[in-house]
Design a protein. Sequence first.
Length: 202
Amino acid sequence: MPRRSLKIDFSEVENIRFKCINYCGKCCFYQAPVLTTADINRILKFLESKSDEEYENFILAWTAYPGFDKLNNENFKRYKESLKYFWIPFQMEEAEEGILICNYIIRSMPSTGRCVFLNPINKTCFIYPVRPATCRFYPFSIKINEANTYKIIIAFKNCPGIGIGKPINKEEIKETLQRSLDETQRDFTIYKKYIQLSLIHI
């Protein structure tokens, strides 16, 4: 399938500088990042590459808070296994041709609203290299106008990284958007075929 030609409007962020602040984590609360099937597969593969020591350090940060069992050999495997079930259905959304598709989001901790992959002590992300598009775009967001132009806007003006660092990387934003759109379209195509096959057998 040929890649769609994107029209992107950077006018609102043309002179904006941004740098992600180490050990901040403000973007990891109450965001509910949307996932494509490819996102889920990338994260699962990345989790498989993690060592037991990395898991232990991360889970120890989890269990330092009330509501969790203290880490021991018995429950380490249970906590580690639970991280594989990081996504949950979010809502049914009407896509092209009136077909309903299910969106998925990353699970949040019920008591605090923080992402399940955020280390609550040092505020680092356990899956940072494979984080989904929602996380990569933060603190920016995208609006689609009537001319099918994707307008980049500042969605979270209280982000401490705005105004420092280098000008935003337009190519990186474009590539992230392109990949997200491609993967979403691929999910829709597969889901559409599934629906058609299901109807044949009714």
